[in-house]
Structures are given as C-alpha cells and as structure tokens.
Design a protein around this ligand. Structure first.
Ligand SMILES: [Fe+2]
Ligand SMILES: [Fe+2]
Length: 309
C-alpha cells in the first residue's frame, strides 16, 4: 500500500491565520482533513478562516459542523428542541451552505459521500452538521440530502458501500460515533450532563458495524465536536482510541492556537501517517518559529483563553 501523510485539523472556531497557511503550504502532507466548525464566537469570524483555507495549495477535505452555515436561531432551536425555531432559522440555510462552499474555493465538502485518496484508500464523509443527540438541522438534511431520520441517515451512508469495498477506509465526521463510553471524559462522552452519557452518533455506529460485518477495514475514524477540555474537571477528554491498528480520534482541541504559562504560542493538529500499510497518529504542536513538538510537558499547562490569540 502506498505511503500517505495527512493532517487532521479539529474544530477551528476562528483559530486560523496566515502562519497556518505558510506552515501547511510548506509541509509534505498529501492532504488536509478538517472536522468543521470554522467560525469563532464573533459574527463573521468564520470568513477569515474560510478565506485562508481556500488559499491553501494543498487538497483540503472538510465536513460541515453545527456552526457552519447555521445561525443562532437554529442552534438554540436544536438545543431547546424547538421545532418552530429550527424551522424558522432554517430559512435560507441551503443558500448559506452554497455560499460557504463557494467561499471555500477548490476544497472538497464531504457529507454522505466517498472519495478516493489514492487507488487503495477511500475517504468517507459521514452525516454533515451532526451535533450529537437527535438528528440536527432536519430541514436542510431533508432538502439537500433526502434524509429525515436516523435510519435514513444510516441507509444513506450504507449506500456508499460499493465505493468502499476492498479499500483502506477513512471516515470523517463532525461528531464521532456512539460506542466509545459514557463517562464525561470519554472520547465522545457527554460532559455537559453531570451523569455523563454517550454523546456519539447512533447512525454512524450502525454504519461502522455494518462495514465490520462486511469485513471491511476502517483504519481511521476522525471527528471532533466534543471539545477536548472539560472545564469543570479541568482536564482533557480521551482524544485517541486505538485497537487492532485502527484509530479513532477526536481532534477538537479548542482553541487550537494557544499560549502556555511561559507565554509560548503553539498551533495544534494531528499527523496521520501510513507507512507500509500501518497508520501512525501523532499530535503535533507547532511553535512560533515553526519547530514541532509531539507533546507538551504537564508543567507547561495551557492558558485556556481565547484572548491569547
Ligand atoms: Fe460542533
Ligand atoms: Fe466545535
């Protein structure tokens, strides 16, 4: 199997700038994979990010997150389970998505899709706009993808099987699959409820189980959404689960650009490298002058604040 080197960038939330463009353009990555959630928490903050990413001279694959092309009314509607708010907020959603895709230039927007990375490797985009819990942004999913239930969502992913068969499969999703534990600091554990719970997606779980039954090899399951830091526990959730040379990764280290206590600034991404058919996954912290570190000692604890950027 050919060697392959990919960069995985978790939820960006506004943390992208010229230095990222310089670094990734100079890098030897074959492609960049993005888990979505481009905007920060200020209006239009996503524009700088999308403009920067569109300029990259690398092939970029991304999946829309719950913050991409959506608005506050929709997001609140999803959180409060208000059908009225979801419906009202969804007016113009398809148009906003088209505009976002246009702003992203030549990048590849994934969602219920499978695309070949090389002759033996396929990249599968799971359900776009996922934020855990019930099917989110239903009006758009119905209109654009013809999906109106978890079952239909699973069937839609299952229909990609002919494109996946016999290949080394990589799955990119915004939120990860169910089945990885229900403790608050598990990889997709529900940290916003005291009792925890499994916040992974059931449709994606069924799809992965289906591929397993068929004897297909899913080497990498890549997603984000459930941010790494669990504030009240003041610790990070599990970011990687490896089993039989397959790796499941939650890349959402937010903010991905941060300063340490000593005032050193780092940029985070994950390096996925396949050599002789074996995948190796490594966190990379890029310092100001471009030097790379694969870990940061605990005494360099992060200052967890967006004003560091
Ligand atoms: Fe998200
Ligand atoms: Fe996010």
């Amino acid at each position: 199997m050919e060697n392959l080197k990919l960069a995985l960038i978790g939820d960006i939330h506004g943390f992208w700038d010229r230095k990222d463009n310089e670094y990734f353009d100079r890098s030897d990555y074959d492609a960049l994979l993005l888990t979505g959630d481009f905007p920060g928490y200020l209006p239009f903050s996503g524009r700088t990010v999308t403009r920067g990413i569109a300029k990259l001279n690398k092939t970029v694959y991304w999946i829309p997150g719950n913050h991409d092309s959506t608005n506050v009314v929709q997001l609140l509607g999803e959180i409060l389970h208000s059908k009225w708010m979801i419906r009202t907020g969804s007016i113009g959603h398809q148009f906003r998505l088209t505009c976002l895709q246009r702003r992203m230039g030549d990048t590849v927007c994934l969602g219920y899709s499978a695309t070949d990375l090389d002759s033996k490797t396929v990249l599968v985009g799971a359900r776009p706009f996922s934020m855990g819990g019930p099917l989110s942004f239903l009006p758009l999913l119905k209109k654009v993808y013809g999906v109106s239930s978890m079952k239909e969502s699973f069937e839609k992913m299952k229909s990609l099987y002919p494109k996946i068969q016999g290949k080394d499969c990589i799955v990119l999703a915004h939120n990860g699959p169910a089945g990885y534990g229900s403790k608050r600091d598990d990889i997709w554990g529900c940290d916003f409820r005291k009792k925890g719970g499994d916040w992974g997606d059931g449709d994606l779980r069924r799809f992965l189980d289906f591929l397993k039954e068929k004897g297909e090899k899913v080497s990498l399951i890549l997603a984000g959404h459930m941010h790494r830091k669990i504030r009240d526990l003041n610790r990070d959730r599990t970011w990687k689960v490896s089993e039989n040379s397959s790796h499941t990764i939650n890349a959402a280290k937010v903010p991905r650009i941060f300063k340490t206590k000593e005032g050193n600034l780092y940029r985070h991404h994950i390096r996925l490298e396949r050599k002789n058919g074996i995948w190796d996954c490594q966190e990379i912290f890029v310092a100001e002058k471009g030097e790379e570190r694969i870990s940061l000692p605990e005494d360099e604890e992060f200052l967890f604040s967006s004003d560091t950027f």
